[in-house]
Write a protein that binds this ligand. Structure first.
Ligand code: KG4
Ligand code: ZN
Length: 334
């Protein structure tokens, strides 16, 4: 059988990324131009600025992905690009670059859902076994999805308010940490010897939904009350308490879902799955339950294009094709 080489392109938020993946599971090149330094000044992603960065970087990033791989466009089978969800202006830069590249090189174009990409990042580490539970935790998403076969996604729970990463970023801001706050809160939490007790949002007993805005408010209130009393904030203990609450809820609900759906494998995906507290908790808990668990290396948890190429390869093999009328879909459903 001939090898399949897919060029992946990702520009849905603040990383301009291109990657070439062989047979859906082997990274040949992986280029990510991050805008974090620039977004830091504004404490978050400003859509218009993100788009401008993408315009500046996209051609260079695609060229570098081809150069690093030592491949000519004619050796590729298709171009896979994030079609949604995300910032519409940002998505369009990647989609238009993908269309131009596909048209110029007579290649098919495939539109990939960003979250499918995060899930398929795991395919770069080990093959998927179905049925599978995916816990997706990122800046924009907190979802649990059951997959019974490639390309099929059944949403069983999601956040009712803030995404986990969003809560991390907001709490980081309250603690005076730079954007994006997740990794900073993670570091403080792991360094702490004590933890402030914050509530857990379990919701209804049988629910797989999540809620993180109440927890975020608890942190804000805690800081406010402490300051009113003239107390000094122990940022490490607050970070540790916040992280314990997030990690415990995510772990307990994931284990309950894995058992109820009798899955063969659990995977974690998305930026927050880079969190060391969460990785440790999921790894040790699923080991105790004898349920196989995997999470990609940290660089493949946050936004990248290898994951888009990996998901795109599966779609390519299933004969899914887009065309040059592709548009950015900010609210795209999985
Ligand atoms: O998947 P991602 O790169 O972009 C989205 O699709 O949203 O996720 C970014 C999110 C940010 O909220 C960031 O703070 C969070 O992932 N994040 C973390 C860690 N690393 C990144 N959150 C907690 N702990 C981390 N180590
Ligand atoms: Zn993402």
């Amino acid at each position: 059988k001939r090898d399949v080489y897919i060029l992946g392109i990702e520009t849905s938020c603040d990383e301009t990324a291109a990657s070439i993946v062989k047979n859906g599971n082997e990274i040949i090149s992986n280029v990510v131009a991050s805008q974090i330094e620039s977004q830091k000044r504004f404490g978050g992603v400003v859509p218009e600025i993100a788009s401008r960065h993408h315009v500046e970087e996209i051609t260079l990033v695609i060229e570098k992905a081809l150069d690093d791989a030592g491949l000519a466009p004619s050796q590729l089978n298709a171009v896979a690009v994030t079609e949604g969800p995300g910032l519409v202006g940002a998505l369009l830069i990647g989609i238009n670059a993908a269309k131009a590249f596909a048209f110029a090189n007579a290649l098919p174009i495939i539109g990939v859902h960003h979250i499918a990409g995060h899930i398929y990042a795991n395919q770069l580490v080990q093959p998927m076994e179905f049925p599978l539970l995916a816990l997706i935790v990122s800046g924009g998403h907190t979802e649990m999805v059951i997959m019974r076969e490639h390309g099929s996604f059944e949403l069983i729970g999601e956040t009712r308010d803030d995404a986990a990463g969003e809560a991390y970023d907001k709490v980081a801001r309250v603690l005076g940490l730079p954007y994006p706050g997740g990794p900073h809160v993670d570091k403080l939490a792991l360094a702490s010897e004590s933890a402030v007790e914050f509530p857990r949002a379990w919701l209804e007993a049988d629910s797989y939904d999540f809620s993180f805005s109440g927890l975020k408010s608890s942190v804000i209130n805690y800081k406010h009350n402490l300051e009113q009393r003239g107390g000094i904030l122990d940022a490490e203990a607050v970070a540790a308490g916040f992280q314990q609450s997030v990690v415990e809820v995510l772990t307990v609900k994931a284990v309950r879902a894995a058992k109820e759906y009798d899955v063969k494998q659990v995977i974690a995906a998305g930026g927050v799955s880079a969190n060391r507290g969460l990785r440790n908790s999921l790894e040790s808990t699923f080991a105790k339950e004898h349920i196989p668990f995997s999470v990609p290396p940290i660089a493949l948890c946050t936004d990248n294009a290898a994951m888009i190429a990996a998901a795109g390869t599966q779609m390519y093999l299933s004969n899914v094709r887009g065309d040059l009328s592709m548009n950015g879909r900010p609210g795209m459903q999985l």
